[in-house]
Write a protein of this length. Structure first.
Length: 84
């Protein structure tokens, strides 16, 4: 449960060759929805895929923080998904 009262499920997913991407599932009142936070999340934004699934290999400079930042992820979710 987020501080704003929204119940969400945080999920880390990826293949065994990839670094997992964090996303959330939530109910918007009508249907189940998903959101992939961009802030604090660990994914290749240029290739739009999980690190490890790039066609031309990985830019080592982008791989410096593959752990992600849970606080930034949580903040991104709270700023993006608002209860109406």
């Amino acid at each position: 449960m987020l501080p704003n009262g929204l119940p969400v499920l945080f999920i880390n997913a990826g293949g065994d060759w990839e670094f997992p991407i964090c996303f959330v599932l939530y109910w918007d009142g009508k249907k189940m929805r998903a959101y992939i936070p961009s802030e604090g999340n660990c994914w290749n934004k240029q290739e739009k895929c999980a690190f490890g699934s790039e066609e031309d290999g990985v830019d080592v400079e982008e791989m410096k923080d593959l752990k992600g930042n849970p606080e930034l992820i949580r903040s991104d979710v709270m700023n993006r998904i608002q209860i109406k």
